[in-house]
Write a protein that binds this ligand. Sequence first.
Ligand code: DER
Length: 235
Amino acid sequence: ATIEAGKKLAAYKAVDDHITADCKVIGIGSGSTVVYVVERILQKPELANLVYIPTSFQSKLLIIEGGLTLGSIEQYPDIDVTIDGADEVDPQLNAIKGGGACQFQEKVVAEAAKKFVIVADYRKKSTKLGVEWTKGVPIEVVPMAYKLVMRSLESKLTVQQPLESKLRMAINKAGPVVTDNGNFVIDAHFGAIERPACLLKELKGLTGVYEVGLFCNMAQIAYFGEADGNVSTLV
Ligand code: DER
């Protein structure tokens, strides 16, 4: 199966397994794989009356354009299931997220859910974070503090040192990527990440860091669309 087919396989299976008529509030992640999550939801009339919580402008548009009921997490703080993609997942279900620079709202909506489900194609399945995904750990930073964070990444970390850290520049806009929260993103390259939870804790402690694209001990299950057309799961 192609990568797109893999995304679709994982997304459809996750919706079929976890989004049922007795759910009330569903968190919708961001990225390209969750497009198939919404596509599957739209095939099921019994899911039309649930409330859907976005994790980015992209995700909000997916919900609105699908004609689904858009809700805010302030209004619906108790989310039944959140389904989201990931850039890489290790055997302990730790994930690198933020390839699409949406990790802050994604982490809030994932943490607010009773059940957090990851959907991905086979490329994302990894033996250790940083092995398959080589674009670095996305670190969302408050713009005025980005130079301070760059310096701290070089001088203050004890768990693991970054090989290189880069401010993420936009493609269709001059200057840096600006997140839905008005922040910048620094991609910090660590190579293979030995202790993701410890690294996350230390990164979060740096002044100027808004959120980090390491999701540790959060997901209950991950679905991977495999090249052979099957779906594998990690629990
Ligand atoms: O930016 C994000 O966190 C996305 O969820 C990303 O991790 C997955 O995007 P994809 O489904 O397009 O690979």
